[in-house]
Design a protein around this ligand. Structure first.
Ligand SMILES: [Cu+2]
Length: 305
């Protein structure tokens, strides 16, 4: 039904109107405010240098793709209209056009070379973490795992995905001796100091999840039995970044959100201390409760009722 009315409309107006499609698309693209364009088609960035590099690389490829799309679509629509059957009932028989074919091949190869060159220029900024700011040196902890900023100063946080929440453990050794070292931890909201290169050691305790806070860099899968890594360096304090598990991980996947709260190095230090104290207090309470339950015969020392 829709197809038939479309065909009728096309017959009435003539195929000429189709020629305006790429023109209209091009004009719409050029006249759309950059903020609206950013909201619809470009990546979030600005929170961390790697996110900025990813977004600028994406933009370059995106704009080149738009130009290629408009040129190809325009050429197809023009050809359909200019060589329509009513005007050219007998099709011309062509045996190739060497110049055109060489030009198209060279043009396509040229675009690929440009994209590859830009990608290789941008990649180091995405993969290699920069130095932490000198002012944050007091809150640093070291880890032997990659990636490493040139001066080695970084904050290590283990990100553990589990259905359906993220757990963050703060400090070097968080993937090996978190319990023995009684490292502080938090759930869902990660707290980090501004200006500090943060290394994330990403793991999963059940199914595949994916760590993704768009404004702070690319997404990285959390795979059971494997450890993956990424990094970010939040530039401004008093910011809150939103993220979302980017791998369908079960019924409550949509609720597996993440928050990254950026504070000053001083605020981070006091938060970490307070978090440690709160966890110890809670642990003491649980130990007391357990001892009481054992005393009253509700629980055995092995924890079995
Ligand atoms: Cu998940």
């Amino acid at each position: 039904m829709i197809l038939r009315s479309l065909q009728r409309a096309l017959r009435r107006t003539g195929l000429k109107s189709l020629a305006f499609i790429p023109l209209v698309l091009g004009l719409t693209f050029l006249t759309t405010p950059s903020s609206a364009l950013a909201a619809c088609c470009t990546l979030k960035s600005g929170g961390s240098p790697n996110a900025t590099s990813i977004a600028s690389l994406y933009n370059i490829i995106f704009y080149i793709a738009i130009i290629v799309f408009l040129v190809v679509t325009g050429f197809i629509v023009y050809s359909v209209w200019a060589f329509r059957a009513s005007k050219h009932p007998v099709a011309a028989q062509i045996h190739g056009n060497t110049k055109l074919e060489l030009g198209l091949t060279a043009g396509a190869a040229g675009i690929l070379v440009i994209l590859a060159t830009v990608t290789f220029i941008k990649l180091p900024g995405i993969i290699n973490p920069p130095d932490s700011n000198a002012s944050t040196a007091s809150v640093l902890s070291a880890s032997l795992t990659a990636p490493n900023p040139p001066n080695g100063n970084k904050l290590t946080i283990c990100v553990t995905g589990r259905q359906f929440i993220w757990r963050y453990t703060y400090g070097a050794g968080c993937n090996k001796s978190a319990w023995a070292d009684k490292l502080p931890y938090s759930y869902q909201e990660m707290v980090v100091p501004a200006g500090e290169t943060v290394d994330l050691i990403i793991q999963s305790s059940d199914v595949i999840h994916s760590w993704w806070v768009p404004a702070l860099g690319g997404k990285v899968d959390a795979v059971p039995g494997f450890t993956t890594y990424t990094w970010f360096q939040a530039e401004h304090a008093n910011e809150l970044y939103h993220g979302q598990c980017a791998q369908l991980c079960g019924r409550q996947h949509a609720f597996m959100t993440a928050l990254v709260k950026v504070v000053t190095p001083q605020q981070y230090k006091s938060w970490l201390k307070q978090q440690g104290t709160l966890i110890n207090e809670q642990n003491d309470q649980v130990t007391e409760l357990r001892q009481e339950l054992i005393k009253q015969g509700y629980l055995t020392s092995s924890g079995v009722f």
